[in-house]
Design a protein around this ligand. Sequence first.
Ligand SMILES: O=P(O)(O)OC[C@@H](O)[C@@H](O)c1c[nH]c2ccccc12
Length: 260
Amino acid sequence: MERIKKTFEEAEKRGEKPLIVYATACDPDCKRSLDVFKVILEYADIVEVGMPFSDPLADGPTIQKAHERALSSGANTCRVLELVSKLRDFSEKPIVLMGYYNPIFVYGEDRFIRDSKSAGVDGFIVPDLPPEEGLDFSRKVKSIKLSPVFLAAPTSTDDRLKLIGEVTGEFIYFVSVTGITGERDELAYREIEENIKRIKEITGKRTVVGFGISKPQHIKQMYNTPDGFVVGSAVVKRIENWDIEGLKELLSSLKAATKN
Ligand SMILES: O=P(O)(O)OC[C@@H](O)[C@@H](O)c1c[nH]c2ccccc12
């Protein structure tokens, strides 16, 4: 939890908001993925590493294909954790693992949490683990000072947000749309800001926004309210095209937008 907290606090002091960058681990394979994440770490404040899974139900076509590429290159939980520990060798930035529950269950929940901690993971996003079912997971993760990250959606009721606030760790992830991951031209800025205000009032937790963000203007249009911005599909698209220069340009323009 420490690295994440420190990142938010330091960004706040600098008058910035953390840029959280998602990519799928081992896309297109574990070796090249290490190089991709090294590039990402030059720009991102927090890195979100996706664990490849055959049925990523919250993901749109761009990220689905990334999961497929990674799986066909032989990715599995051990290799994802190996990748994280290699990243840890040269960066102290927070690393949050995004993984569906099934592979975690198969690996063994306790073993997974323990091995993630040794690899240098700071937090977990498990999109198919609702807060009601995530109490145990949350307790275990918090007890070793890591951060469970729960999702809130535009449809979350006040009661549900209260529960989400209790089980989540350092921050909440507000999903900007009721739908799947993927780039969007425009976002419902005012509605997003109203929802995030409501979430922060009810839970007292920092709240970041993701789903659909792919341009600096998206961040600028709602700069004041969220505590951080997540970008995924736009990044994964550059990886799919193996356009590393394009990836650097994208990340540098997005990072610039997170500075006030
Ligand atoms: O791809 P987008 O629309 O930029 O959204 C971020 C998202 O990719 C990343 O946070 C993520 C990837 N898979 C997820 C599943 C659930 C929640 C979040 C995610």
